[in-house]
Design a protein around this ligand. Sequence first.
Ligand SMILES: [Zn+2]
Length: 209
Amino acid sequence: MNRIGKLYFRYGTMGSAKTALLLTQAYNFEERGMAYKCLKPVVDTRDARNVIRSRIGIERECGWIYPETDLYNMIKEETLSQTPRPQWILVDEAQFLTSRQVDQLAAVVDDFGCNVVCYGLRTDFQTGLFEGSRRLFEIADSIEEVKSTCSCGRKTIVNARIDSHGEIMTQGEQVEIGGNERYMAVCRKCWREKKVQSASRNQLPLTND
Ligand SMILES: [Zn+2]
């Protein structure tokens, strides 16, 4: 009988403990003697290579995914050839996957019956979907929000990019890697209000973008 796997997407804002959840899941597999594999797009260079690290201090080795990596072939040849064969593949920062790579992960799930769990952000600092996240919302079997709370008590929705004065930035490249000094997860209401305040303080014209 063929095994039936699932493609999971667990999304949240920055600071919503997605990476800690991934590492906790990895730890649980180890406790139960289950083989698994961690992967991560190479775009995030905050950490040492080959490591997924959480702010709470735990880390695990991972394989790197480059923009041109064919995940289907890579997982088939490098991961599923191992003994025991990993039944779980955990992907961090999945928002940075290409649409094609998400399709490749889906094919791995369907053809080999393993489970692929993708953790990532829903949207960028301008509140638009990332490419990888869009495709995961479109084709994942299971979609789950990892929630966290804004300082006002509402659920965080927006990964606001902030400048050195703590002002919210609304222009720039989609991908700019940074931690607490560059990004702040806030609810939509706080984001709208702080964006307006920032714009009026800087005497910029307000736009509807
Ligand atoms: Zn708020």
